[in-house]
Design a protein around this ligand. Structure first.
Ligand SMILES: [Zn+2]
Ligand SMILES: [Zn+2]
Length: 257
């Protein structure tokens, strides 16, 4: 466990996994914010939740940064198991929401149908139960638990959003996740927003690749970060060793910020 001052309201970030498409067997990249907000639903989402002792009943908001399979192909399994528990242990209908890029409703119908069959009742249950929210750039979304979210597009195809999370009453974000991206001006602007913790795509091996490389993070991001900010690499394969200010997230890490 890291950071956090007793008595001061904190935000809790739990890393469930760090792997991407290119994967050596690590849990896929995924994390929670304050337990109720799940970011990404990769193929092994039920396994990584279980490994961190998180019950699906604790999740009220599901957030997907983009529609690549390493970020969302576990959605049918998660939603199916929520469907099984409906009406008993799940949060009330008014609290369940899914936030994802534009087109999410049609995309989800297809994915959920492919996973079982297009007429399975869990699909209708999901579509009628969840508040489905399409991400809009530069709009602030207030969650009922005292948290706000903002999003900005990254340099990645398909449309992908970085995530900024702050506590109600704070104008600056406490936490930023770049999501999948190469280095570019959108990420430079994002870093300028400042945050206590920055979770950063670090999947590239050299500058200019689809994912940012550790060298780019050291060269372009770290010099612009306030001294008391921490930076964590994620979305990587193989073993990475923290060096200087660039640390690497690991499944199970918990950060109180
Ligand atoms: Zn990815
Ligand atoms: Zn991606």
């Amino acid at each position: 466990m890291y950071g956090g001052i007793k008595g001061v309201e904190t935000m809790e970030i739990r890393i469930l996994g760090t792997g991407g498409f290119s994967n050596d067997g690590s849990f896929y990249n995924c994390f929670t914010i304050d337990k109720h907000l799940l970011v990404e639903t990769p193929p092994d989402i039920l396994q990584s939740l279980h490994a961190c002792s998180i019950q699906i009943e604790e999740i009220e908001t599901i957030l997907i940064s983009h529609f690549h399979g390493d970020h969302c192909f576990g959605l049918p399994f998660l939603l199916f198991n929520m469907f099984i528990k409906r009406g008993s242990s799940l949060p009330s209908q008014s609290r369940l929401r899914l936030i994802a890029p534009p087109g999410v409703r049609d995309w989800m119908k297809k994915l959920l149908g492919l996973a079982i069959s297009p007429d399975h009742p869990y699909i209708e249950w999901v579509l009628s139960t969840f508040e489905i929210i399409e991400i809009e750039e530069n709009r602030r979304y207030e969650l009922p638990q005292g948290l706000w979210l903002e999003f900005s597009p990254t340099h990645h195809n398909p449309l992908t959003f970085s995530i900024l999370a702050g506590k109600n009453g704070d104008s600056s974000p406490t936490f930023i996740a770049t999501s999948d991206t190469r280095w570019g001006p959108a990420i430079e602007r994002l870093v300028q927003r400042g945050a206590k913790l920055l979770l950063c795509d670090s999947g590239g091996s050299k500058p200019g690749e689809v994912h940012m490389s550790p060298d780019e993070i050291r060269q372009y991001i770290i010099p612009k970060l306030p001294e008391d900010s921490r930076i964590l690499g994620t979305h990587y394969a193989g073993r990475r060793i923290s060096e200087g200010r660039l640390e690497y997230a690991k499944a199970g890490d918990l950060f109180l910020i």
